[in-house]
Design a protein around this ligand. Structure first.
Ligand code: FAD
Length: 473
């Protein structure tokens, strides 16, 4: 294959491969350089494998509690290896799908480490890319544009070494071959809460230490409170406002012991495994960034709203630019970037329209501003809240903890945010996202006829509740 391209994408994760497909649809000649596997974190170490295991845990939980549905399933057991195998089958099927999409789009895939070399006489604008193969050989690609989509990796706390055995991250947790008896989770954000829910449903003793004053600190406060209450009900110990003291880590007989500081007092935590989920670090090293003029801020590549770095022909998207580190954000950013390269004028992304989900039991989802954020931005706000307990389908499911809250601008009646905790809310939030995109009012949501009986009816009721007119409250 010729080595000249309109765009070379560095990293074939969700951001990179989706951008490559869109670029190919726009008639560009495209290459993707991927050092590991197409699909990246989301497909191999993130969204998909974690949700596959969560689904297995959910099935186990439902069967174990089958008696309430009139299902006497007898002795229910866990075959953790089969759960892992099922997860691998799903990942493998989707991986093949991405490989097929690359072929279909006539996108050249180079399996090696890509590095930016900087401008040269052959490629004066974007600069050339070297691809280093496992066998030590290398190749040079000459693009008009470069798209950096090299993603991120788990972060740890200063002084806390990830030994990959006892002290692990989500990468190792996804590859466990045996369930531990107990897990201490450091970090009560999205990934930490998903793992807490999963392990607990599989009978593992779980303890969470969170530095912030509440778990899921980026959610509406009432949602954090509700989740804390429900975790407590499941006998998950949660310590908020608590700082882990990495230097106190000791390896004991079958358990690690680590101390933490809570309100000036020391507490001791003991668990077979310690799962560190304190955020992710952008992959900016070893990609040749020092050969170009791109700026780095807070450990991530700095870009403008079309995702151009300081070098106009070098773009960056996804986890490597920080911000909302989500798969659907990475792919949308990738689409905007390549459309801009192709001379189109895409809309900049409005990040207040991005839905954010936690796939625990119950699920959590939000889009837009919380009431507190809206007030801080000068809005005068009214809210509508409705509980799942009064939704027929939630009772049918046997899952009725939680609620939906809609935040509305009192002046314009526009929906500013939707916040949910409860069954299947990671699917229900799509309606909230559409409401944000269309600048919908509660009246418009309430007059959208929701089928009965569905969980989606809660959106209509929460919208009516904004003006105190909910039917079933
Ligand atoms: P990545 O997916 O990380 O892809 C980057 C790719 O670049 C990788 O394949 C890497 O091998 C490659 N690469 C790096 N350097 C080079 C180089 N020099 N040369 C060639 N290739 C290189 N997000 C959601 O939206 N929903 C979820 O449910 C969700 N769950 C998650 C659960 C977990 C446990 C984790 C860890 C993350 C989760 N995420 C979720 C986040 C999501 O996975 C990321 O936001 C998303 O993968 C980012 O996509 P990306 O393309 O920017 O980077």
């Amino acid at each position: 294959m010729s080595n000249e391209y309109d765009v070379v994408v560095l990293g074939g994760g969700t951001g990179g491969y989706v951008a490559a497909i869109r670029a190919s649809q726009l008639g560009m000649r495209v290459a993707v350089v991927e050092k590991d596997k197409l699909g990246g974190t989301c497909l191999h170490r993130g969204c998909i494998p974690s949700k596959a295991l969560l689904r297995s845990a959910e099935v186990y939980h439902t069967l174990k509690n089958g008696a309430q549905y009139g299902v006497e399933a007898g002795d229910i057991g866990i075959n953790f290896l089969r759960m892992q195998e099922r997860k691998r089958e799903i990942v493998s099927q989707l991986h093949k799908g991405v490989q097929h999409l690359m072929k279909q789009g006539k996108i050249d895939v180079y399996e090696g480490i890509g590095r930016i070399m900087g401008p040269s006489i052959f490629s004066p604008q974007a600069g050339a890319i070297t691809v280093e193969y496992k066998n030590g050989e290398s190749e040079i690609l000459v693009p008009k544009f470069v798209l950096i989509a090299t993603g991120s990796r788990p972060r740890t706390l200063p002084g806390l070494t990830i030994d990959k055995e006892t002290v692990i991250t989500s990468d190792e947790a996804l590859e466990l071959t045996q369930l531990p008896k107990s897990v201490l989770i450091i970090g009560g954000g999205v990934i930490g809460i998903e793992w807490a829910s999963l392990f607990n449903d599989l009978g593992v003793e779980v303890e969470i230490v969170e530095y912030a004053e509440r778990i899921l600190p980026l959610e509406d406060e009432e949602i954090s409170k509700e989740m804390a209450r429900l975790l407590k009900k499941r006998k998950i110990k949660v310590h908020t406002g608590t700082k882990i003291l990495p230097e106190t880590l000791e390896y004991g007989e079958g358990a690690a012991i680590i101390k933490a500081e809570q309100n000036g007092k020391e507490i001791e935590c003991r668990a077979e495994r310690i799962l560190v989920s304190v955020g992710r670090q952008a992959n900016i090293e070893d990609i040749g960034l020092n050969n170009v003029e791109a700026d780095v801020e807070n450990g991530a590549i700095k870009v403008n709203e079309m995702f151009q770095t300081k070098e106009a022909h070098i773009y960056a998207i996804g986890d490597v630019i920080g911000g909302l580190q989500l798969a659907h954000v990475a792919s949308h950013e990738g689409i905007v970037a390549v459309e801009h390269m192709a001379g189109q004028h895409p809309h900049p992304i409005d990040y207040t329209m991005v839905p954010k989900c936690t796939y625990s039991r119950p699920e959590v989802a939000n889009v837009g501003l919380t009431g507190a954020e809206a007030k801080a931005q000068g809005y005068s706000v009214k809210t509508g809240k409705f509980n799942f307990r009064a939704i027929g389908k939630a009772l049918v499911y046997g899952e009725y903890d939680g609620f939906v809250k809609i935040v509305v601008d009192e002046k314009t009646d526009d929906v500013l945010g939707v916040h949910m905790i409860g069954p299947h809310v990671t699917d229900l939030i799509a309606e909230g996202a559409l409401a944000r995109v269309l600048d919908a009012t509660p009246w418009e949501i309430a007059h959208t006829i929701h089928p009965h009986p569905t969980l989606a009816e809660i959106m209509g009721e929460a919208a009516l509740a904004v003006d105190g007119k909910a039917i079933h409250s």
